[in-house]
Design a protein around this ligand. Structure first.
Ligand code: UDP
Ligand code: MG
Length: 166
């Protein structure tokens, strides 16, 4: 077994149905640590990049609308879990992609549905393998948003506008 990290997303249907607490409790059956967490308003750019492997799928446009929150709420809770065998243990608790085929006690089995447009509203996302986990974590989080330095970093000088409270 290897120490890994995985990106988990509680999708907009999970938030609108108030499933966040249940899902995070269920996740504590693993001994994985949360090392990053934030609520995100998903832009089209982020959605399309996240689901780049499905660009050719016939349900792609619907999937993008779903993850951007058009059908529920424009919020996703992004979490990074770290620990032994993180990817496999999370995928097991999450269940199969198709909620009708997922084990009934898995998160997707319990809470997922298939819409009349054919999209699997399966409540959560979980990285599929270490390479995807790295790509996804780097896409959703900056290094300083994680409590562990999971991947090598570099320092660059930049000038940016930053928002402060008035
Ligand atoms: N999806 C769908 N119909 C499909 C396959 C996938 O609606 O036939 C959606 C579903 O929300 C899924 C997401 O697209 O979670 C990403 O698909 P992927 O094959 O990566 O499945 P996952 O890794 O999420 O289990
Ligand atoms: Mg996937």
């Amino acid at each position: 077994m290897a120490v890994e990290q995985s990106l988990m997303l509680i999708k907009p249907d999970g938030l609108v149905k108030s499933l966040t607490g249940d899902i995070i409790s269920k996740m504590s059956e693993t001994e994985l640590k949360i090392v990053g967490a934030k609520v995100v308003q998903v832009t089209r750019e982020l959605a399309e990049e996240h689901y780049q492997h499905l660009r050719e799928a016939k349900f792609f446009d619907e999937l993008i609308k779903y993850i951007m929150g058009e059908y529920h709420t424009k919020r996703v809770l992004a979490l990074v879990y770290h620990g032994e065998d993180a990817i496999k243990s999370i995928r097991k608790i999450v269940g199969s992609t198709n909620p009708e085929k997922a084990e009934p006690t898995s998160i997707r089995g319990k809470y997922g549905r298939i819409t009349s447009a054919g999209v699997f509203e399966n409540v959560v996302h979980a990285s599929e393998n270490p390479k995807e986990a790295e790509r996804e974590i780097k896409l959703w989080f900056r290094p300083d948003e994680l409590v562990y330095t999971l991947y090598p970093t570099k320092i660059e000088k930049v000038t940016i506008d930053k928002v402060f409270w008035k």
